[in-house]
Design a protein around this ligand. Structure first.
Ligand SMILES: *Cc1c(COP(=O)(O)O)cnc(C)c1O
Length: 376
């Protein structure tokens, strides 16, 4: 059996090696390392793929969130509501910009922002909501957008984990996650569903004026070279990374389908076991399984991960410490929060390997080992 890894970017590369190598070589030949043609080609292709009117490439998914918040002219002290149960980047940029992170609960079935908790957290100082499409499942965008409209709030979708995911509205229309809110952001970190061979990110919007501003902020606040109208930053997608991403974007649906196949295998083997809960998929959401995360109902998580590790099966905890318990926010003197669902999930989630290169032999072995541990 091939060794099992959480992600296997190497094997994926070998399947597309010729195309990737030639894309990289053409960048080397052109010597257009910064803002070369592949960057514009990629932005255009990604707009076509997602349906977003405007796509602004940038250096990584964290910058994408930061630039989004900068473009909305939020003022120090303004409140930004995010789930506590997310990767740190989502909330770190809020604090970095001297805004106030307000942590809310997630739905224990979808791991995404709970609209009731969101509604309860809104104050006159609230300016923006940042839902996260965690693990590749969409946050309940229709409800979130309704609440945003009611209270006149911006919505920034953190779509780093769900590129390619479809959201279905109650009238049947579909949109890609990341294109529903005021702004959407994503990451091309190598292990993401659309991964580069280094860092990368992008920002989406359907608002032309906002697109213009986002683009300027990502480029030192300038439109005309050396004439700086806004305080911005330097956040670019490398031409080399764009060249890689152009090759991989064409395969994104195929890659997401491969992840779904892995998840279906896991579900079939593990569903119904009383010790665990397999991932739930809400009727409005598709799932692109950035992670395949199970919830332990009673089983010992350390024991399970140690048992798997003994069998050379990696597993991960995303995330062991929720935002509201991170030391980095202690200086903000945030109110003590009682986020019981988040605290409970933090102690009970475990993610199994999921990527585009897994075979049945590996999946059979993993599920057997999980079941051996659970049923002993
Ligand atoms: C990966 C990730 C980010 C940050 O992306 P980087 O490209 O690593 O900066 C932000 N939010 C979420 C939910 C992520 O998973």
């Amino acid at each position: 059996m091939r060794p099992i890894q959480m992600v296997d970017t190497k094997t994926q590369y070998l399947h597309i090696k010729d195309e990737i190598d030639s894309a990289i070589h053409s960048v080397l030949d052109s010597a257009a390392y910064i803002n070369g043609k592949p960057v514009q080609d990629f932005a255009a292709a990604l707009s076509t793929y997602t349906g977003a009117k405007f796509t602004i490439p940038c250096a990584n998914g964290t910058d994408a969130l930061q630039i989004a918040m900068m473009a909305l002219d939020l003022q120090p002290g303004d409140e930004v509501i995010t789930p506590s149960f997310t990767y740190i980047a989502t909330t770190e940029v809020v604090a970095l910009l001297k805004l106030k992170p307000v942590f809310v609960e997630v739905d224990p079935k979808t791991f995404c922002m709970d609209p009731q908790s969101l509604r309860a957290a809104i104050t006159p100082k609230t300016k923006a909501i940042v839902p996260v499409h965690l693990y590749g499942h969409a946050a309940p965008m229709e409800e979130i957008m309704q609440i945003a409209k009611e209270f006149n709030l911006y919505v920034i979708e953190d779509n780093a984990q769900a590129i390619g995911c479809d959201y279905t509205f109650s009238d049947g229309t579909k949109k890609k996650t990341g294109t529903i809110g005021t702004i959407g952001t994503t990451s091309f970190y190598p292990s993401k569903n659309l991964g580069a061979y280094g860092d990368g990110g992008a920002i989406f919007t359907n608002d032309e004026a906002l697109a213009h501003k986002l683009k300027m902020i990502a480029n030192h606040g300038q439109e005309k070279r050396y004439y700086h109208e806004l305080v911005g930053c330097n956040s670019r997608l490398d031409t080399l990374q764009a060249a890689v991403l152009n090759v991989k974007l064409k395969r994104l649906d195929q890659y997401n389908a491969a992840r779904r196949k892995v998840a279906a295998f896991y579900n079939k083997a593990l569903e119904g076991n009383k010790h665990i809960t397999v991932p739930f998929v809400a009727p409005y959401s598709d799932h692109v399984y950035h992670q395949y995360t199970i919830l332990l109902n009673d089983a010992d998580r350390d024991g399970l991960s140690a048992h798997l590790a003994e069998q050379k099966i990696p597993s991960m905890i995303y995330y062991p410490v929720p935002g509201h318990k991170q030391k980095m926010f202690s200086s903000l003197k945030l109110p003590e929060l009682d986020l019981a669902t988040t605290d409970s999930l933090t102690g009970r989630v475990i993610s199994l390997p999921v990527h585009t290169e897994m075979d049945e032999e590996q999946l059979t072995f993993i599920t057997q080992q999980v079941l051996n541990f659970l049923n002993r």
